[in-house]
Design a protein around this ligand. Structure first.
Ligand SMILES: *Cc1c(COP(=O)(O)O)cnc(C)c1O
Length: 393
């Protein structure tokens, strides 16, 4: 008999009923140190008092209005995002995949309005993850995601991640409308795009007019120690997809764009019932105000340094389990020599939560305000987990 929850997930037998900071407590009263943060979502930890206040204060005012009306909290968050980023305008969604939908629609509408309706191709890269909608899976294009779900939305040009020559060649096609890339692949295994490559992509887009769409759903919102990851490369996109961390655990996403890139999206061309609702935007503004200060971003960088240093030690102690650490800020990946799923499971046994990714990587995506003490505790637990897997015990 089919379970009452559609069986699309492989869940660990852990049932959490309460959270505080970087810790989760099971229904058995056991505490786990959370280095996954709901896959880079709980940017400020669990049950953060400031976010609880923002949510409950708004809940006592009004929950939902619809975009038939002005929504002051949405306006405030849009103004703050525009002030703090490259963007001139924002559209709110409830998830990363919805942000992907709009990014794709916006890029195509842009060229349609410019009188080039055939200019619909969007270049994407292997190992990418852009969500599970029809556009999202067509964009990523991996067999694992698309198999059985055809016909696929056409118009995506899939290139090998890191193949700069193929990219240069693909950009010669006059029907390329946009380039879509994650500055650091998350699901793909914490694979950073080199700054020089992002710069070259920006330059190539400037040359042809193609729009540069960055998917910062996982790497954005202070995760890397900059408010958005592309800032490290000193470039700006035309369109950016955001979700995960921006709501601190409340479902919230946003597409940010320049005035030029958004020029086709006039009244009536897109919409969302829940997108930009008062609850999500009130929480999002509280998150943004916290994570965008120079002090907070600096702390993410410092904590990253501390964690990385300890992880280097971990790798040195367990060269048969781990190969290397990669990533930026608090978006780190441990490339494993044993099956990454075994490392995640061994972590469960030591009450530390990590997240598997492709390329045999274990992701560490802790709350951005994780304490130094918890960083030390986390690596001690990972050390015990690795010891349980080492051939020499
Ligand atoms: C998680 C993720 C998405 C999809 O977001 P959902 O909120 O699950 O729809 C898209 N892109 C990237 C890079 C992601 O990490």
């Amino acid at each position: 008999m089919i379970p009452s929850i559609l069986p699309t997930y492989n869940r660990a037998p852990l049932s959490f009923v309460k959270g505080e900071g970087s810790w989760l407590t099971t229904d058995q009263g056991e505490r786990y140190l959370d280095l996954g943060a709901g896959i880079a979502v709980n940017a400020l930890g669990h049950a953060n008092p400031m976010l609880v206040d923002a949510l409950t204060a708004q809940a006592n005012k009004v929950w939902h209005l619809s975009n038939l009306y002005q929504i002051p909290e949405q306006q405030a968050l849009a103004d703050a995002l525009v002030a703090k980023t490259f963007a001139d305008t924002a559209f709110f969604t409830n998830s990363g995949t919805e942000s992907c939908e709009l990014a794709v629609k916006m890029a195509r509408k842009y060229w349609y309005e410019k009188g080039q309706p055939d200019r619909v191709k969007i270049i994407t890269f292997s190992g990418a993850f852009h969500g599970r909608s029809s556009a999202g899976i067509a964009a990523a294009g991996s067999e694992k995601m698309v198999k059985g779900f055809g016909p696929m939305l056409p118009g995506f040009v899939h290139l090998e991640f890191g193949d700069d020559a193929a990219f240069a060649e693909a950009m010669k096609d006059p029907d390329v409308a946009a380039v879509l890339i994650e500055p650091i692949q998350g699901e793909g295994g914490i694979r950073p795009v080199p700054d020089a490559t992002l710069k070259a992509m920006r330059a190539a887009c400037d040359e042809t007019g193609a729009l540069l769409i960055l998917d910062e759903v996982q790497c954005g919102v202070a995760r890397t120690g900059k408010l958005f990851a592309h800032e490290w490369a000193g470039i700006t996109p035309d369109i950016m997809m955001v979700a995960k961390g921006i709501g601190g655990g409340f479902p919230l996403g946003v597409v940010l764009a320049t005035e030029n890139a958004a020029s086709g999206m006039v009244a009536g061309t897109h919409g969302s019932t829940y997108g930009g609702n008062p609850l999500g935007c009130a929480v999002g503004l509280a998150v943004l105000n916290e994570v965008s200060t120079p002090e907070f971003l600096e702390e993410v960088g410092r904590k990253s340094g501390l964690l990385r240093q300890k992880l280097e030690g971990l790798i040195a102690s367990h060269p048969d389990v781990f190969e290397s650490v990669r990533g930026t800020g608090l978006m780190l990946g441990l490339k494993c020599k044993v099956a990454n799923g075994d490392v995640v499971n061994a972590g469960y046994a030591q009450h530390v939560l990590t997240v598997a990714a492709a390329d045999n990587v274990v992701r560490l995506l802790p709350a951005l305000n994780i304490t130094d003490e918890d960083i030390g505790e986390a690596v001690s637990r990972l050390d015990l987990a690795a010891a349980s897997l080492s051939s020499d015990g």
